[in-house]
Design a protein around this ligand. Structure first.
Ligand code: MRU
Length: 366
C-alpha cells in the first residue's frame, strides 16, 4: 500500500475485517475533514457513487463491485443480483469502469449456487481493487520516463498541468494521471504541478491539491481559465489527465474542460498525455461522440462549497436567482489532440491501432 495520511497507510475503499461492510473516505468532506463512511448495503454503495462520496472512474468501479458483494451478503438470489446491478448501473452514466466492474461481478456470480455467491463476490471485489492498485502503479512506471526526459533536457523542475482529480483518490491507490508524478517525485526528479481547480465541483482545488500536499509534491492551484495563458508563457512542460471512458479510436472523455486544455496544449506545442487503465477503454464504441455525457444538478454551478472564516462548511450562491444554468460534467477530447495514452502495458498513440496493439485480446473480444 502506497498512500499515507499522517503516516497511516490508506486505500480509498477497504472491507471490514468481519467481511460485512465496506469503508470509504467521504470525498465530499475533503479537503476540510477526513471522514470515513461505512457502506452496509448495495443502496449505500449506490448513494455513495451518485452523491460522489466516491468518484473517479476506477473507484466508481471498485465501489460498485463491493455494492454487489453487499447485496449478496444480504440476499444471494438472482433477483437480488439483478436489482443491485441495475441500481448501481443507474448511478452515473459516463465512467465505463462502472459497467466493466458490474459485468465482471455478474459473470462470476450468475453460474454459482446462491450459497457460494457472497464469498465469491467479496473475493472478486478484493481482486478488482488489488488489480487496480497494480495497474495504476504500472501506469506510474510507464509515465515516469516522460517526466524524466523533460527534466534531463531542461535541467530544471518539470511543470505539469493536470485537470480534475486523477490521483489516488480517484482510484484505489496511486491514481492514473498522478501516478507518474508520484513516481517522479519519489525518484527525486523536481516536479511542480499546476492544478486546475475544475469547476463546478472543484476536484482539483479540493482533492488533487490535498493529496499532492499530503505527499509533499510542490503544486499551485489555478483557475480553470489560466492554463492557456501559462502555456503561452512557456510555464507548462506537459499536461496529463485521466479519463472516464476512452473509445476504441482513442477519443478521450474526461471531466468537463479537458478538451479546452488539449486545444491550448496543441496550439502551444505542449505534449498532452492521458493516463488510463485498460478497464477505462470502451471497445464497443467507435468514437467519443457516442459516450453518454452526465448532466448534473445545476446547483453545482449556481453555488460553491467551502469553509467560512470560522471553519464551518458552507455553500454560497454565486448566480442571480432565476438565471438558468447548465452542467454537463464531461467532454470529449478528439484523439488527434492527444500526444499519447499511458497505460499499464506502456505508451501508445491515441489511435485504434495503438490501443489494439497494447491490448489485442481486449480489442478482439469486443
Ligand atoms: O466526476 P468525477 O469526479 O468522478 O470525474 C473524475 C474524472 O473526470 C477523472 O479525471 C477520471 O475519472 C479519471 S480518474 C482516474
Amino acid at each position: 500500500m502506497k498512500m499515507k495520511i499522517d503516516g497511516v497507510p490508506y486505500r480509498t475503499i477497504w472491507p471490514d475485517d468481519n467481511g460485512r461492510c465496506v469503508h470509504i473516505i467521504d470525498q465530499t468532506r475533503l479537503p476540510h475533514g477526513l471522514v470515513t463512511v461505512k457502506l452496509e448495503t448495495a443502496d449505500d454503495a449506490a448513494r455513495a457513487i451518485s452523491d460522489m462520496l466516491v468518484r473517479g472512474a476506477p473507484l466508481i468501479g471498485a465501489t460498485a463491485a463491493y455494492g454487489i458483494a453487499l447485496a449478496m451478503r444480504n440476499d444471494p438470489s438472482d433477483a437480488s443480483l439483478d436489482t443491485a446491478r441495475d441500481a448501481l448501473f443507474a448511478t452515473r452514466p459516463t465512467a465505463v469502469n462502472l459497467r466493466w466492474a458490474l459485468d465482471a461481478l455478474v459473470a462470476e456470480l450468475r453460474p454459482l449456487r446462491e450459497s457460494g455467491r457472497a464469498v465469491a463476490a467479496w473475493r472478486k471485489s478484493a481482486e478488482i481493487c488489488d488489480e487496480d492498485v497494480a495497474i495504476c502503479e504500472a501506469i506510474g512506471e510507464h509515465g515516469l520516463p516522460l517526466i524524466r526526459a523533460i527534466h534531463e533536457e531542461k535541467k530544471d523542475a518539470v511543470n505539469i498541468l493536470t485537470h480534475c482529480n486523477a490521483g489516488w483518490l480517484a482510484t484505489v491507490d496511486w491514481g492514473t494521471a498522478l501516478a507518474p508524478i508520484y513516481k517522479a517525485f519519489d525518484a527525486g526528479i523536481p516536479v511542480h504541478v499546476w492544478v486546475d481547480e475544475t469547476r463546478p465541483r472543484n476536484q482539483g482545488a479540493a482533492l488533487t491539491a490535498w493529496e499532492l500536499g499530503r505527499h509533499g509534491v510542490p503544486h499551485t492551484v489555478i483557475v480553470d481559465n489560466a492554463g492557456g495563458h501559462l502555456m503561452q508563457q512557456g510555464r507548462v512542460d506537459m499536461a496529463i489527465t485521466g479519463t472516464d471512458r476512452t473509445t476504441a479510436n482513442g477519443d478521450v472523455c474526461n471531466k468537463i474542460g479537458t478538451y479546452l486544455k488539449a486545444l491550448a496544449a496543441r496550439d502551444n506545442g505542449v505534449p498532452f498525455y492521458v493516463a488510463l487503465p485498460s478497464p477505462t477503454v470502451d471497445w464497443t464504441l467507435a468514437s467519443g461522440a457516442d459516450v453518454p455525457i452526465e448532466e448534473r444538478d445545476g446547483a453545482e454551478v449556481s453555488t460553491v462549497a467551502g469553509r467560512d472564516s470560522c471553519g464551518a462548511a458552507t455553500r454560497v450562491r454565486i448566480t442571480p436567482d432565476g438565471s438558468p444554468v447548465s452542467n454537463p460534467a464531461f467532454d470529449v477530447t478528439p484523439a488527434r489532440l492527444v500526444t499519447a495514452l499511458v497505460t499499464e502495458r506502456g505508451i501508445a498513440p491515441a489511435t485504434p491501432e495503438g490501443l489494439a496493439g497494447l491490448f489485442p485480446e481486449l480489442a478482439r473480444a469486443a
